[in-house]
Design a protein around this ligand. Sequence first.
Ligand SMILES: NC(=O)c1ccc[n+]([C@@H]2O[C@H](COP(=O)([O-])OP(=O)(O)OC[C@H]3O[C@@H](n4cnc5c(N)ncnc54)[C@H](O)[C@@H]3O)[C@@H](O)[C@H]2O)c1
Length: 251
Amino acid sequence: MKRFLNKNILITGAANGIGKATAFRIACEGGNLALIDNNSEKLKELCKNLEHFSIKVVSSVCNVSDFEEVKKSIDKLAEELDGINGLSHNAGILRVYKTHEMSLKQWNELIAVNLTGTFNVNKHALPWLLKNKTSYLVNTSSSASEQPHPWLAAYAATKGAIKSFTRSLFIEYFQQGLHANCVLPGGITTDLANSFAIPDGVNINLIKTLNPLGQKLFAEPERAASVIAMLLSEDAEHINGTEIAIDGGKV
Ligand SMILES: NC(=O)c1ccc[n+]([C@@H]2O[C@H](COP(=O)([O-])OP(=O)(O)OC[C@H]3O[C@@H](n4cnc5c(N)ncnc54)[C@H](O)[C@@H]3O)[C@@H](O)[C@H]2O)c1
């Protein structure tokens, strides 16, 4: 299956986890890649590992929370590839806090990376996406946007906002051929998920509310990448302004 031949896909958070798995999935299907991450070492390593694919790969080290840096990076990558047909925005962070102990600085960090980062990337990618008759945009939200998750209030708030932001993009731009959807991963085995640690002195039974029926909680990043790839392809021609959960039925 080569759904991305002659297509250019921009991926953020590309150096690890879901973004990296998505980069490999698109590469396997013949798509050219524009990769963004703030981890220069891992991004370099990924580009090296993508060398044996017969595709063009361009990359930029960039902090998605920096408005000007994101514009510069996306414009440069899009010019190098001569356009962008699809965006998979994954760059994000997870922080675990008891909400009454969270500082304003900690709140602002999550908002800056997860939410303002989403605005920055989408805003600067849109002019390129809208040059095409049809284009595809997939933002990575989370099951935490729907399911009450203890100690993730700020993270969940950013992920809920990403969902409503993306639905707004759908109604604003569908007439210009944009498909704007979200994925809602549950547990995906990545460094981000592994960094979740139950805070001291809390009721650990709260964690049981997340999976009362005992479904399989975790899946490999490739399970998320295959859904993102579908939403970036013509297979998603009739899917717009919505979300797909990748949580094994958890929510
Ligand atoms: N893993 C899960 O269980 C899970 C569940 C729901 C949602 N998600 C979401 O999926 C997305 C990808 O997460 P992942 O699990 O692959 O995590 P990950 O930590 O493996 O990968 C995230 C990538 O984003 C990059 N990044 C972080 N901050 C950045 C910044 N300011 N600028 C540019 N790049 C930055 C990191 O360097 C890393 O390469 C995130 O938005 C996360 O919230 C993950």
